[in-house]
Ligand binder design. Structure first.
Ligand code: HEC
Ligand SMILES: [Cu+2]
Length: 434
């Protein structure tokens, strides 16, 4: 090897070592985190394995190239070799990458299969993306809330360049001073804090059902190795079993509109006993705070809002929607309604509450979410249909919080859509079944 070649080889090795150094665990946040679940650790080792394979291939390929360029250059009088249609070479450069890929696929497939296995979960949380917030619903627990950017962060991001918290214009360039101030907002968690955290127990297999109410979002928390698209009309499944109590942060990972960058995720993992205490408190607080009549119409209205350009903030939608939707429900509840009225109302209730799982087509997503087309319950006695809607069953949450009218309407809608024809159900029948 000539002097130049030695320098080149030395440089590329030093470079590889530098990159490797930058990519190890202690590298101050450049690398994928090791995380706090068994799977996240597996994902991390996979990532490192593939990384080292890439480093090795890169070193060999570039080393050879640089060596050849320097040592076999024309000014030294080298004649290029000519080996057209060399069977040996062709077999080699097909077989070698093939073997490398197989070598990568074998460990990767094992981890992927584990990620997809949502069976035997201890609990289920339904995650719904909205522009621009998340909704968490603890299935079967009657606990459900929105999680939005924390107020302090939200105020600070409206910064207009003339000092913090001073107005609603979009940020200009920050001075060094202002940047220092921003770093302290929300206890140092500027833009990564929320009002209501997703609280989960450690050591439990938590299944996540991920969907969206408007555009495509993605729920991503690197430290628990969960990144799942939230797609309207679909329910994606994934899971995590967190080993270590702590606070784990994430973001929406799908460009979802103007405030895409302002819908962070905070997961707080608590020991089982503390989690149970938190859950009990939620149930107590919830019952007092959310009158059943107020809860349902908000959802109906939220679903009816078109995906494009909804109101920029969450609050106005909810405030405006509640009285409008609640008004017709109250007086109508007592008397009988026509089939048309029930069907029209029922479609709204269905879209807001049922279609995420049973789909707008009624065909569901078997095997988890059964089809309602020709279903035994839908074709059978109305009282069973009403009871299943009120009380839920297995993976299906209860809908007790809906008004008699809403339940009657949605049951009527299901009994008379998609080729079903099983008659009309009136609010009085729902009241009787409660
Ligand atoms: C989170 C998902 C989910 C939502 C939302 C949901 N369901 Fe279900 N539904 C299910 C699951 C799961 C089953 C199967 C339950 C079982 O048999 O274990 C089911 C079953 C049913 C059945 C019986 C179907 C059959 O043939 O077994 C009816 C009827 C039904 N749901 C009505 C509704 C209505 C009405 C709503 C809205 C008010 C609704 N569902 C919302 C998940 C859901
Ligand atoms: Cu989003």
């Amino acid at each position: 090897m000539g002097r130049l070649a030695r320098i080149a080889a030395g440089t590329s090795l030093a470079l590889a070592a530098f990159v490797a150094q930058a990519y190890t665990e202690t590298s101050g946040g450049y690398n994928l985190p090791t995380g706090v679940t068994d799977l996240s650790k597996e994902v991390h080792s996979l990532h490192m394995l593939i990384f080292w394979i890439c480093v090795a291939i890169g070193t060999v390929v570039f080393g050879l190239m640089i060596y050849s360029i320097i040592n076999h250059r024309r000014s030294k009088g080298h004649k290029p070799a000519d080996f057209h249609e060399s069977t040996t070479v062709e077999i080699l450069w097909t077989a070698a990458p093939f073997l490398i890929l197989i070598g990568m696929a074998i460990p990767a497939a094992g981890t992927l299969i584990k990620m997809e296995d949502t069976r035997n979960a201890d609990m289920t949380v339904k995650i719904t993306g909205y522009q621009w917030k998340w909704e968490y619903e603890y299935i079967g627990e009657d606990v459900k809330f929105f999680s939005t950017l924390a107020a302090e962060s939200n105020a600070a991001r409206q910064h207009d360049g003339n000092g913090l918290l001073s107005g609603a214009a979009w940020a200009k360039t920050f001075s060094k001073d202002e940047l220092e101030k921003l770093k302290k907002v929300d206890g140092g968690n500027y833009l990564v804090n929320v009002d209501n955290e997703l609280v989960l127990p450690v050591g439990k297999k938590v299944r996540f059902l991920v969907t969206s109410n408007d555009v495509i979002h993605a729920w991503w928390v690197p430290e628990i190795a969960v990144k799942k698209d939230a797609i309207p009309g679909y329910v994606n499944e994934t899971w995590a079993k967190i080993n270590t109590p702590g606070v784990y942060r994430g973001v929406c990972a799908e460009l979802c509109g103007r405030d895409h960058g302002f819908m962070p995720i905070v997961v707080r993992a608590l020991p089982e006993a503390e989690y149970q205490a938190w859950l009990a408190k939620q149930k107590g607080g919830e019952a007092a705070a959310a009158a059943p009549a107020a809860a349902a119409p908000v959802e109906v209205a939220a679903a009816a809002t078109t995906a494009t350009d909804a109101a920029p903030a969450a609050a106005p939608v909810e405030v405006a929607a509640a009285p409008a939707a609640a008004a017709p429900a109250a007086p109508a509840a007592a008397k009988d309604l026509s089939k048309d009225e029930l069907m029209k109302k029922g479609e709204q209730v269905y879209t807001a509450n049922c279609s995420a799982c049973h789909q707008p087509t009624g065909k569901g997503l078997p095997p988890n979410f059964p089809s309602l087309v020709g279903s035994k319950i839908v074709k059978g006695a109305a009282v069973d249909h009403i009871k299943q809607t009120l009380n839920g069953k297995g993976m299906m949450p209860p809908f007790k919080h809906l008004s008699d009218l809403d339940v009657a309407a949605v049951v009527t809608y299901q009994r008379n859509s998609w080729g079903n024809s099983s008659g009309v159900v009136q609010p009085a029948a729902v009241a009787a079944a409660r």
